[in-house]
Design a protein around this ligand. Structure first.
Ligand SMILES: [Zn+2]
Length: 242
């Protein structure tokens, strides 16, 4: 193999290492994002539970209020009934009877409302239970997620260090004039600064490469894509062995 063909090897290796590093970094960055999303979900569940509790509290107050109102009215009916015996006229007697009838009717309506409110309280209590369970589940999920993230980081961090060390070693092996150009391209473009030839196109931007450029590449000459500026290399299976 000539030096030129080994530089295609070198570019191919460098490109692979850059992609690996970016992939591992991407996986590492997913952890904090997942953690944040999980925390937001826990907060949302806490809020839903607190809202459900507040709704229940208000409904209980309203129901208690109605029951108190009913007791007061029942007492009034009893008081009015006791006044019947001491009524001084038929007219007063009739008026008292009418008042009793009106209060009793109002009390029936109120009793129905209290019955409904008690049913509603059961539903609201069930809703609070449901929200509490949802919150507990979310908290459990979050704990499991944090463990999972920690486990993943424990694997990925040494992986990243290993690939970064390999990259450094490979870069050190580059001829100086190549290294200078490489540093400039990588600083500007990162892993996209390197692109394999894909068919007759640049594997980075899919611009069709001219036959002349293809010939230069087959001759293992240094070529840059005129469209995206990536440093082109022929993948191993496309190289002409000398
Ligand atoms: Zn290109």
């Amino acid at each position: 193999m000539s030096d030129a063909s080994s530089s295609a090897d070198l570019l191919c290796t460098l490109h692979r290492l850059h992609r690996q590093i970016n992939d591992i970094k991407g996986q590492l960055q997913r952890g904090p994002r997942q953690q944040k999303a999980g925390e937001a979900a826990v907060v949302a569940c806490e809020q839903a539970l607190s809202d459900a509790k507040e709704t229940l509290k208000q409904a209980r107050l309203a129901s208690d209020e109605k029951q108190l109102q009913l007791k007061t009215r029942e007492q009034r009916v009893a008081d009015t009934q006791s006044k019947l015996n001491t009524a001084s006229s038929n007219r007063e007697y009739d008026a008292l009877k009418e008042q009793i009838a009106a209060d009793q009717q109002a009390n029936e309506v109120l009793s129905d409302e209290i019955f409904e409110s008690l049913e509603q309280l059961d539903e609201l209590e069930a809703a609070v239970d449901k929200r509490a369970k949802e919150l507990a589940q979310r908290q459990e999920d979050q704990t499991a997620l944090l463990e999972q993230i920690a486990t993943r980081q424990a694997v990925l961090t040494p992986d990243l260090e290993r690939v970064q060390a390999e990259l450094k070693e490979t870069e050190t092996a580059m001829p100086p004039e190549m290294k200078q150009e490489y540093d400039r391209i990588i600083a500007a473009r990162g892993e996209d600064g390197l692109a394999p030839v894909d068919g007759e196109s640049c594997g980075g931007c899919y611009q069709t490469l001219s036959p002349q450029v293809m010939n230069e590449l087959y001759l293992n000459n240094y070529m840059v894509c005129s469209a995206c500026g990536a440093w082109l290399y022929l993948p191993e299976e496309r190289r002409i062995q000398k």
